[in-house]
Design a protein around this ligand. Structure first.
Ligand code: MN
Length: 135
């Protein structure tokens, strides 16, 4: 059981992800834009942030950079929640400071399994290989 902050602007995606997270026993909260997500991250100190990459206003890459540059939030694991799963995209996500990624659309068991794996690993572990198995 973990506290997961989801930053996602697509209602269909967030509805499903929140449902699956809660059914998996996690406490999940939603922000629909990056600025709100960053504010909630500072205030609520979640265990994990699932960050959509394509957001209106500040995008997910900028948001991840902001979170990782801030001493209040840099210790929180930030995982890209993205439809992109190409090698070149992975590089871009790493450079922005993401700790891993989960590809959309999600599949129930794989999604929860990846969340669990991400939570169990040490913060210093990049966990790309395991995150990638969710595709
Ligand atoms: Mn989006």
């Amino acid at each position: 059981m973990a506290q997961v902050l989801l930053v996602e602007d697509n209602p269909a995606n967030s509805k499903l992800a929140l449902l699956v997270l809660r059914q998996g026993g996690h406490k999940a909260t939603l922000a629909t834009d990056a600025a709100h997500g960053i504010r909630l991250a500072r205030e609520t100190q979640p265990d994990l942030i699932l960050m959509d990459v394509q957001l209106s206003g500040m995008d997910g890459l900028t948001a991840a950079k902001t979170l990782k540059a801030d001493t209040r939030t840099r210790h929180i694991k930030v995982v890209a929640f993205t439809a992109f799963a190409m090698k070149s995209d992975e590089q871009r996500l790493r450079e922005a400071g993401f700790d891993g990624y989960i590809a959309k659309p999600i599949r129930y068991q794989a999604f929860l399994g990846t969340i669990r794996a991400l939570l169990e690993e040490q913060l210093t572990d990049p966990c790309w290989a395991r995150a990638g198995t969710a595709t």
